[in-house]
Design a protein around this ligand. Sequence first.
Ligand SMILES: Cc1cc2nc3c(=O)[nH]c(=O)nc-3n(C[C@H](O)[C@H](O)[C@H](O)COP(=O)(O)O)c2cc1C
Length: 243
Amino acid sequence: MNIESTSLIFFSPTNTTRKIVEGIAQGLQPTSKQYFDLTPPGATGQMRQEFNQDVAIIGAPVYAGRLPSVMLSRFKQIKGNGKPAVLIVVYGNRAYEDALIELRNVAIEAGFKPIAAGAFVGEHSYSTSNKPIAIDQPDTEDMVKAHAFGQAILKKIQTASNIPNEPLYVPGNFPYKEVQMRASIAPSVNEALCSRCGECALVCPTGAIDRENPVSTSKELCIRCCACVKTCPNGAKAFGSRE
Ligand SMILES: Cc1cc2nc3c(=O)[nH]c(=O)nc-3n(C[C@H](O)[C@H](O)[C@H](O)COP(=O)(O)O)c2cc1C
């Protein structure tokens, strides 16, 4: 069987997950690709539809050893319709703990049939030039691996007669690691550097940044994803802490 269509379903505030998902999709050599980007605040509107592509690649970043709760609530809008799915988590070189097993379980609940899974390293959201963590990853070597992984999955799909009924094994624990509730925080802003261009507000996945006054961020909505920090052309935003 050749793959006609592949869905790329991902949540990726700082784009490392997106790159890995795209690399795997290239290896699958589909005739067409459909993007279901769960990152923007308005993403859920386009999600309320049945899933009909041949294969889905579902990607998420690891937050505190689990999946981001915002991603989970958006992902629940999708119905898998029994289609095969490739599950990917991307983590900042610390650990992915229970994120992959959580992704497997939510994918099954949504009606997908997981056939392959992988964990890749991406530059840590809190990486800075002063304290680099997995800087510039995924790099060329990572992308070659993602592409090769996609090719291996294609071969598996072409040669397997059917999808096994038992759930795909992935590392992780259930019950999952508990996520500690943290005090609400937002990035600090150097007002002298901020040009009020609003780039940060455009990339914020929860609409936490005021578009009219981008110096102001809602602590309640902020998920500390660092999209604003990494997007700011003037280096005006920063988080003090790391996971
Ligand atoms: C709130 C938060 C929690 C994180 N927790 C972990 C973690 O537990 N382990 C880890 O290795 N990386 C962790 N990271 C780093 C991200 O998983 C990593 O940078 C990932 O590549 C970001 O994906 P994205 O570029 O698609 O947003 C965390 C990042 C954030 C923002």
